[in-house]
Design a protein around this ligand. Structure first.
Ligand code: FCB
Length: 484
């Protein structure tokens, strides 16, 4: 990386003209209104209501109540100064049976949201599938059943026809890796399975769902910009002895998703029990999965370090790779970490962007998620002084600038998240937002980081260091205090 430019000149701190600044959320994490206006349950409703699955038994029944606070949230986005908002559609709100009859009231919610965003010049970036599979599809086998892939194509068609031209970017699927690893291998996410055979089937079908969604968009909206959001994981070997493990993990966690989409094949090095069996792969599947995309969305949070000597404990499931299980361990050396325990290493994101630039043949890359949980709290004066988050953002935006300086086409950055929300199995205890949410009342309060991010988004440049920004920042005021 010696050839990279570092800091110093104004140019080095400026983002390219037209760089997209956004924030992200997803339906189950923020909407609430779980049984309102014809919404049917998703696998996350079922999972969260199963005792022992989510921290403290939290559920998304009410969440941030964004379904009823749409105007407040669009106001937050407007005040934040962002040019784009990444949200996802709740599949069982729009197609309560997974496919077939459309729930017009559910669709209207997204139509209103998109209208409001467009009125404020905020680009709607729509994720079609962010983990809330309708329970009716789960009852028929979920992602292990090919029908789920076809149904995702149907959902994409419904959304394209109803919301069409106003959507600036379409994200087909979010982090298929997590569905496979956490949903089907270690069971920590919905639907809570621990079965490699089902995981292998889910892997193929969720990528096929991406393919069908893309096909549905292409035939209805030929000019639409569409691509997936994925979360390739950096595995960094700290010694020679861990290299083979790093490669095996790269095949399982990264190549298994990148290769089918970017090359039309599964990697030969994928552990055997996760390789989708031949009988599941029909003629034309891989062509559909690898159809051209317009951009690649990267969700990045942290790297993983490997070294020889201790037990490997990143995954609960059984490994089919001989020779390394039991000798390599996930560990973070002496690095700062977030409250999730995730090491903070912006350079790993830069290197991932450089790798993706090469793998995608120079496609526009968007960071579609990046952010950190912190122990945020309201001071007696009503402020949230989240200095760690500001430092995290500053570091990672510096990494984006370094990737751009190295020739990578990074076209935008979406901070995760607009506001604190339901953090899956962690429930509400993990706060990732630029806005603090007081879940009892639904009140949103701007954190310090929102002021910082606003400055970056509006100026399109990174200030030299967070400190002066903090010293100069006006006291945050509560916004959107109206409760429902
Ligand atoms: C990602 C998810 C997103 C959010 C962040 C913290 O894996 O896509 O919904 O929970 O993690």
């Amino acid at each position: 990386m010696n050839s990279l430019k570092h800091g110093g000149s104004d140019d080095a701190r400026r983002f390219p003209e037209g760089f997209v600044w956004g924030v992200g959320t997803s339906s189950y994490q923020i909407e609430g209104a779980a049984a309102t206006d014809g919404r049917a349950p998703s696998i996350w409703d079922t999972f969260a209501h199963t005792p022992g699955k989510v921290n403290r038994g939290d559920t998304g029944d009410i969440a941030c109540n964004s379904y009823h606070r749409l105007d407040d949230d669009v106001q937050l986005l407007t005040e934040l100064g962002v040019g784009a908002y990444r949200f996802s559609v709740s599949w069982p709100r729009v197609l309560p049976n997974g496919s077939g009859a459309v729930n017009v009231l559910g669709l209207d919610y997204y139509r209103r949201l998109i209208d409001r965003l467009c009125e404020r010049d905020i680009k709607p970036v729509l994720t079609i599938y962010h983990w809330d599979l309708p329970q009716t599809l789960e009852d028929r086998g979920g992602w292990a059943n090919r029908d789920a892939a076809l149904a995702l194509g149907e959902l994409a068609a419904v959304l394209a026809e109803a919301l069409g031209e106003q959507v600036a970017m379409w994200i087909t699927i979010n982090e298929p890796l997590q569905t496979v690893q956490q949903g089907y291998l270690n069971g920590s996410h919905a639907p809570g399975r621990r079965d490699p055979a089902l995981a292998a089937a889910a892997l193929h079908h969720i990528l096929l769902g991406h393919g069908y969604a893309l096909q549905a968009l292409r035939s209805r909206l030929p000019d639409a910009a569409a691509g997936p959001s994925m979360d390739p994981q950096p595995f960094l070997a700290l010694d020679q002895g861990s290299r083979a493990a790093a490669e095996a993990l790269d095949a399982e966690y990264n190549r298994a998703y990148l290769d089918p989409v970017l090359r039309g094949s599964y990697p030969a090095a994928l552990r055997a029990d996760l390789m989708p069996p031949g009988e599941l792969i029909q003629d034309g599947d891989l062509a559909l999965i690898s159809a051209p995309i317009d951009f690649f969305g990267l969700n990045y949070y942290r790297p993983h370090y490997l070294r020889r000597g201790d037990r490997f404990d990143l995954r609960v499931g059984e490994s089919a790779i001989p020779g390394w299980r039991g000798t390599v361990r996930y560990m973070a050396p002496d690095l700062p970490r977030t409250v999730m325990g995730w090491p903070i290493v912006p350079a790993a994101m830069r290197d991932l962007l450089i790798r993706l630039h090469e793998e995608t043949g120079g496609l526009p890359l968007y960071v579609t998620e990046n952010g950190c949980a912190a122990d945020d709290y309201l001071t007696p004066e009503g402020r949230v002084d989240d200095h760690e988050r500001i430092a995290y953002i500053h570091g990672h935006l510096g990494a984006v600038l370094e990737a751009i300086a190295a020739g990578v086409n990074v076209a935008g950055y979406f901070h995760w998240s607009l506001m604190d929300n339901f953090e899956w199995a962690e429930g509400y205890r993990r706060r990732f937002g630029l806005h603090y949410v007081e879940f009892e009342s639904g009140r949103r309060v701007r954190k310090r980081s929102a002021y910082f991010y606003r400055q970056v988004a509006i100026s399109n440049e990174l200030p030299p260091a967070p400190e002066p920004v903090l010293a100069d920042a006006p006291l945050p005021a509560a916004t959107g205090a109206r409760s429902q």
